[in-house]
Design a protein around this ligand. Structure first.
Ligand code: XIL
Length: 301
């Protein structure tokens, strides 16, 4: 295969990227996007602050641009993210209790209904667990509305967009650790109680302080063994040269080894597009040329 998307497709996987609406007019960027990728995630445009800047007044222009363009190019779309403690509009940050809970439910209903039938998988809830060894929920305004906020979010999303896969998405859950085990136990509980959940997203933001875990594949497999799909949702790996290329290949091999691993999304196209550009964590350099990591990914498929 000669592109990331076709290499992944040969193994029944997708290969996606995060995109920013304001870059779509950049010919180099758009050229790589349409040549290489079969799945698209809006990097910021579907978040709560972007889609509902004023309570119950929705703003879909940028996200609609991304979705329409992807669909016109035969690319599928991951919806990111319906309920999250971060990137909330100011009005939501200042709500609490039942007012915030109702606002969350309304947000999920409206956004998921707007995109009903057009989204492959929603990140319904993002980053709801605490880092470290506690296995606890993250203390956030949403958590303070009651421990059942996550299952309410999933049930609300299912009602609004019944054919989309519904994912829980997080970081530092890539290996077997207290945080990923807490997520694992939640997923198991949801499945046992009939709370709708179809997939788990592993962000996979790797750097020297938080490297690709040795038990990455084993961790994906234990979630897959529960019966949910697993997806690598925001992959980027700090570094350069052969070390970076080898890590990218390991991620591809891990996904290929897990039957229920549906695909891989990288969190941007060129290093210069990255949210942490100084880490040069992506597959294309700032000029849009493929890096060693790119060739390594193609070969690993
Ligand atoms: C990041 C974007 O890449 C940045 O442009 C933005 O300023 C902050 O958010 N986890 C997530 C993503 O789920 O939404 C975040 O994206 C990166 C961490």
């Amino acid at each position: 295969a000669t592109t990331l998307g076709s290499a992944a497709a040969a193994k029944s996987r997708y290969f996606g990227t995060a995109v920013a609406a304001y870059k779509l007019g950049d010919a180099t960027y758009a050229g790589i996007l349409d040549r290489e990728f079969t799945m698209v995630t809006a990097e910021n445009e579907m978040k709560w602050d972007a889609t509902e800047p004023t309570q119950n007044s929705f703003s879909y222009t940028s996200a609609d641009t991304i979705v329409a363009r992807a669909r016109a190019n035969g690319q599928r779309v991951r919806g990111h993210a319906l309920a999250w403690h971060s990137q909330q509009p100011g009005w939501a940050q200042s709500l609490s209790g039942s007012a915030l809970r109702s606002a969350m439910v309304n947000h999920i209903t409206k956004v998921a209904t707007h995109y009903r039938g057009q989204i492959y998988a929603w990140d319904v809830v993002n980053e709801a667990f605490a880092d470290g060894s506690s296995g606890a929920r993250r203390d956030s305004n949403l958590q303070q509305t009651g421990n059942d906020w996550i299952e309410v979010a999933f049930r609300t999303a299912r009602a609004a967009d019944p054919d989309a896969k519904l994912c829980y998405n997080d970081y530092n859950t890539d290996g077997v650790n207290a945080k990923s085990t807490a997520v694992y136990n939640m997923v198991k509980d949801f499945l046992a109680r009939g709370v709708p959940i179809d997939c788990v997203g592993f962000q996979s933001h790797f750097n020297p302080a938080s490297p690709l875990p040795a038990d990455y594949q084993a961790n994906l497999q234990r979630f897959a063994d529960l019966g949910v799909e697993v997806q690598i949702t925001e992959l980027d790996i700090a570094g350069s040269g052969s070390a970076q290329a080898d890590s990218y290949a390991r991620v591809v091999r891990a996904c290929l080894a897990v039957t229920r691993c549906a695909g891989i999304t990288v969190w941007g196209i060129r290093d210069s597009d990255s949210w942490r550009a100084s880490d040069t964590p992506l597959l294309f350099d700032g000029n849009g040329n493929p890096k060693a990591a790119y060739t390594s990914v193609l070969t690993a498929f």
